[in-house]
Design a protein around this ligand. Structure first.
Ligand SMILES: *Cc1c(COP(=O)(O)O)cnc(C)c1O
Length: 486
């Protein structure tokens, strides 16, 4: 076989009809439309042809084409967006969907999704209502803001604020805060997109108030402060606090008023806070992220943040601030383009409601619970997982133990915080960590994401949600060792 020329190889490719006669494909045509099966066979044959034409070897036997076709059809039936067991220890894991919703939020989504809802219906007035009304009061109560609007995500929020208030004008930002946040969200790009003229001040490591003062012109619409997300400069650094930017803006606005300006010409202080904490997580000491209400109290006119980072809700971007400013945002056409759907609104409202009682929020919002759980609490869960693994896995295949480790907040929040945790550590006597990791992630309907460390695989008990997820981890590891033993 191996000595066949490419020409002979191509000639040996089967016809579509020949492959379709295979019994296992015949059986499949009962659950999958015949056209789809034909297409899949054709694609599989074509794939083999392309491989041969590219100068490589391909198996042209009918069983091989049948196998490829079956894989293709099974993949078609398997959802692409699936649940994952996150044993990585990264709590707000952007690749894995950031925050897990609280049960109350899931229930709220379920309810509005499976029936009609008051999305834009005011039941008191018995007339058309506004979808902006569902969360606004809660956000204001929880942050002390006068008004609020929630849109698709924080990137959308930044875009909207810049477009509404700084388009055609200057916006000042520190060079130390011109960060890329991941997924190609870059402040300079958003500035350009919203037609604001970006005025950079200071140096990468240090920006002083005097740098901002010197940069202000009559055309400056805004001073923008950006949370540096998971980027940190350590050592010889300096940035300017919101309270100082407030004084600068007040002085400038007084001068503009004296010169006969209107309120539309005010210099605004806007903070893109990124993670958006509603509670000060005192367990992180000085590293705790400032809360939204602290930023407002310090004098920011507008603050925006994500719904699915520290807040622990659905993907959303929330903007809080003075009533007249939020009113302008609500009228901006982007508010319509970037609006939230009913499922997100339901999840957001339910999540916010939990915050009315901070103790409830800490217990029931999974992101908050995982962030604030002590290492000893995590240890209980980790021990359980370790004993389940020990019981299920062959003793001569691996060594299972418990080790002290570090969890991460993720999502650009609390980047300096080492969160002490306990992990199950699997040391391989047969097989190896790399191939086990590959099996756990790539070969399963519910992937299990652990953490590779040297040639060991770790499962962090902090982000494993419940006993069901532990069983999935055990199942996945058992499968792996069975696979290599065959
Ligand atoms: C995460 C983040 C964003 C983007 O927020 P999304 O909700 O992901 O769109 C913007 N700015 C900062 C500072 C961030 O940390």
């Amino acid at each position: 076989m191996a000595s066949q020329s490419p020409h002979d190889k191509l000639r040996s490719l089967p016809q579509v009809e020949e492959v379709l006669h295979d019994a296992s494909l015949e059986a499949l045509t009962e659950s999958v439309p015949r056209d789809l099966v034909c297409d899949a066979v054709r694609t599989s044959i074509d794939e083999a042809r392309q491989t041969i034409l590219a100068g490589s070897d391909a198996d042209t036997s009918i069983p091989s084409i049948v196998r490829a076709t079956r894989m293709r059809l099974l993949a078609l039936n398997r959802p692409s967006l699936r649940r994952v067991v996150n044993a990585s220890g990264v709590i707000i894991h952007t690749n894995l969907g950031r925050s897990v919703l609280a049960p109350a939020a899931v229930q709220a989504v379920n309810e509005v999704a499976s029936g009609y809802s008051t999305l834009e219906y005011d039941t008191d007035a018995m007339a058309r209502g506004s979808r902006h009304s569902h969360c606004e009061q809660l956000i204001c109560t929880l942050t002390g803001a006068e008004a609020a609007i929630a849109v698709n995500n924080n990137a959308a929020a930044v875009m909207m604020v810049l477009s509404e208030f700084a388009a055609g004008h200057e916006a000042i930002v520190s060079r130390g805060e011109l960060v890329e946040i991941g997924g190609s969200f870059r402040i300079p790009d958003i500035m350009a997109q919203s037609h604001a003229t970006m005025v950079e001040v200071g140096a990468t490591n240090k920006t002083h108030l005097s740098d901002y003062v010197r940069a202000v012109t009559p055309d400056t619409a805004m001073v923008l402060k950006v949370h540096p997300s998971n980027y940190r400069l350590i050592g010889f650094t300096e940035s300017v606090a919101i309270s100082e930017l407030r004084s600068l803006a007040d002085d400038e606005n007084a001068a503009r008023e004296q010169a006969g300006g209107t309120s539309g010409d005010k210099l605004l202080v806007y903070e893109d806070q990124g993670s958006g904490a509603f509670m000060r997580l005192t367990c992180f000491g000085d590293y705790a992220e400032p809360t939204v209400s602290e930023s407002l109290q310090a004098g920011a006119d507008l603050v925006s943040f994500s719904g699915d980072k520290l807040l622990g809700g659905p993907q959303a971007g929330i903007i809080v601030g003075a009533k007249p400013l939020i009113a302008r945002l609500k009228k901006n056409p982007l508010a319509r383009a970037l609006r939230l759907d009913k499922m997100t609104l339901a999840a957001l409202e339910a999540t916010l409601r939990l915050y009315l009682n901070p103790e409830n929020a800490r217990r029931e919002v999974p992101t908050l619970r995982m962030l604030t759980e002590t290492a000893d609490e995590v240890r209980v869960r980790t021990k359980k997982l370790a004993s389940m693994l020990k019981k299920a896995l062959p003793a001569d295949a691996c060594e299972v133990s418990i080790v002290e480790e570090i969890s991460r907040a993720g999502g650009g929040a609390l980047p300096m915080c080492d969160i002490p945790t306990y992990c199950v550590q699997v040391k391989f006597l047969r097989g190896d960590a790399l191939s086990c990791d590959r099996h756990l992630v790539s070969e399963r309907l519910v992937p299990v994401v652990g953490r590779l460390k040297k040639d060991m695989l770790l499962f962090d008990g902090r982000t494993v949600l419940d006993k069901g997820e532990m069983q999935e981890i055990v199942c996945a590891c058992t499968e792996y060792f069975e696979g290599i033993d065959r």
